[in-house]
Design a protein around this ligand. Sequence first.
Ligand code: BGC
Length: 432
Amino acid sequence: MAFDEKIFQSVITEFEATTEMLREVAANFRQDLKLGLANPDNSSLRMLKSYVGLPSGKETGEYLALDFGGTNVRVSRIKLNGNGDFEILKRVGEPLIVEGEYDYIGKNSTAEQMFDFLAKLIDESIDGDHETKFYLGHTFSFPSTQDDLNNARLIIWTKEFATPGVEGEVVNDLLTAALKRRGINNVEPVAVINDTVAVLLSAAYKNSETYIGSIYATGHNTCYLEPSIHDPKCFGQGGMILNLESGGFMKLTPNRFDMEFDRKSEKPGEQRNEKMVSGRYMGELLSMAVAELLDEKGKEYGFTSIDMSMMILDETPQLEKATEIIANRTGKTLEVGDVEKIKQLTSAIVIRSARLVTCSFVGIIWQRAGEGAIEKQHIAIDGSVYEKMPLVKENIAKALSELLGEDAAKVDTVLDNGGSGLGAAIAAAMAV
Ligand code: BGC
């Protein structure tokens, strides 16, 4: 049975993002930035202060970097040599959830278990040395309010994390208590930053002319350097970096799949932009769309972003790999014409994602330029979707040129791999 062409068209057009739509989303993003700078309550962007500006590039010394923001937690010991140079002396990492063994992110876990797990990893990273003094930078990649560089209070879990007892708490207090429980009194947390801020610090340490940092992975978010904010408690130069929590941006038009997924998600109504673009959710959207094509609405197939990437990369005439992935997920072996249609749908979801992400960048570029000329600049991005998902990089470039015209030549995106760890070490160096 081949898919009904009319139904297929009605599904795939839901994921279209025309230049006109992008222009509107980017303009709305800029408008929300303006409103948010005056008063964050009037914007769907949280505009969270980081109390850090850009590094000088001269930061040196050895620091611990805790990178906590996805299912994998990493702790590194990093030596900064200045001039953008650094060495990773040690790195340990483990997942917060191993199915059938343990789960520190689900509803039935506790804050103590979660932070004890972090303390255990920190202990490994210092080889059990409870004497030498270590300063720790903490990349904590969830929306948090700060009133200085070392205190971050979690507003709300995202990325389907659900551990009770952490929302509303100061995360480094929970961490310090866990370190104490483990007998570690020589590790002092001195800075907490969002992963977007970490990526920006890391990229700017190596390369000036970088003012925007973004994560495009399981979750999605962007930060930028706001030149007009000066605060005596802020470290670094050029103003203050604001974590926009752009995954929570609301002024875009969700399609019927976005709305339906939002309703059944862990936090309905929250993170609407993130649910349309990030790696955690693209597979869910594809599952819902495929269920409609297969006339099995409501069925969950569990497509992942890795499945999506492999299907897009399948260029064989018979689409064997894509056929196999679809069969594994849906239990149905489809004829090649239908597999081709699912492949097109997969590409459409990815392309929409890349185009919407670009709107945030352009909104920021416009806002920073004000009435003046757009500066020559790099946008630093880290994350598996940016790094590995086919179609993403070229569609960001294409959308940049649709929106910026000739000025697009002044802007490029660069991968800042591992910036979450390095940025935490840089923030610690800036703080001490
Ligand atoms: C979080 C952000 C984070 C992003 C990328 C989002 O879910 O709210 O704080 O920067 O994921 O990790």
